[in-house]
Ligand binder design. Structure first.
Ligand code: ADP
Ligand code: MG
Length: 251
């Protein structure tokens, strides 16, 4: 699905450069749920911007389904922490926005929008404005909006970090459901070790420092299975990720 080959990326800051990636390569298979975790400022968001086609690498190349990424792509959805909702549009209007800007006639998208509003638990608030919603509801609107576009790749940058613990757990389960049902390929960035281990079919731990590199990779075949959070594998995985992030020795 994704092939990042020998990518370099540097930001220019005045007279100096911040080299975030140097000869960075990564492959993601179709249907994987890849999670990126690493210290603040290591380059997680930058990698998502590259995958989304919002930033161009200074060297190397990125391909999605074999096609070189040269700009944004219709089937790539990107979810940010800040929701990106329009305050003057209702929930329903926000959700259907992506379809309307593509000039799809209402009779064609109405059914799909209704279905998604139900599925995401937003039917009762479809005429509300974003300011009338909780953080969890806002993030579900943002998710519903990108799902109406039937993406094959979903990129998420700390989508749940502004939420309280319980809402966050509910949305984690919702994300798992969506990933499993739609066989989406997802790349999620999170700060939370538990969230990484709960949601990732593969977890990459990125190093502090410029440029960054992968310091650990965990394959997680149990992801999405019921009761996984209570298994010893879950605890082993979280403590392994924690030890990598702390730079500790790992046996
Ligand atoms: P993360 O998401 O892991 O916290 P980012 O990808 O946002 O990290 O940033 C990686 C590094 O690049 C950081 O050191 C940050 O300060 C720097 N950086 C990010 N965006 C810019 C920019 N537009 N100009 C200059 N430096 C930037
Ligand atoms: Mg970031």
């Amino acid at each position: 699905m994704i092939e990042v080959s020998h990518c370099d990326l540097a930001y220019v800051q005045g007279a100096s450069q911040v080299k975030v990636y140097d000869d960075f390569s990564l492959k993601v298979e179709q249907g994987e749920s890849l999670v990126l975790i690493g210290p603040s400022g290591c380059g997680k968001s930058t990698l998502l911007y590259l995958l989304a086609g919002l930033l161009r690498p200074t060297g190397g190349e990125l391909r999605i389904l074999g096609e070189r990424v040269m700009g944004t792509r219709l089937k790539t959805a990107f979810i940010l922490q800040e929701y990106g909702l329009f305050p003057w549009l209702t929930v329903e209007q926000n959700v259907s926005l992506g379809l309307r800007v593509r000039h799809m006639p209402k009779r064609l998208y109405q059914g799909a929008v209704q279905e998604i509003l139900h599925k995401m638990g937003l039917w009762e608030v479809k005429h509300h404005f974003p300011s009338q919603l909780s953080g969890g509801q806002r993030q579900r609107v943002a998710l519903a909006r990108v799902l109406t576009l039937q993406p094959d790749l979903l990129l998420m940058d700390e989508p749940l970090s502004a939420l309280d613990a319980l809402t966050r757990e509910r949305l984690q389960i919702l994300l798992l459901d969506i990933w499993q049902e739609q066989k989406l390929t997802t790349v999620l960035v999170t700060h939370s070790i538990e969230e990484a281990v709960f949601l990732g079919s593969r977890i990459l731990v990125l190093a502090d420092g410029r440029p960054t590199h992968v310091i650990g990779e965990i394959l997680n075949p149990l992801v999405g299975q019921s009761g996984y959070r209570q298994t010893s594998e879950f605890f082993q995985n979280t403590s392994y990720v924690r030890s990598l992030l702390e730079g500790g020795m790992v046996g």
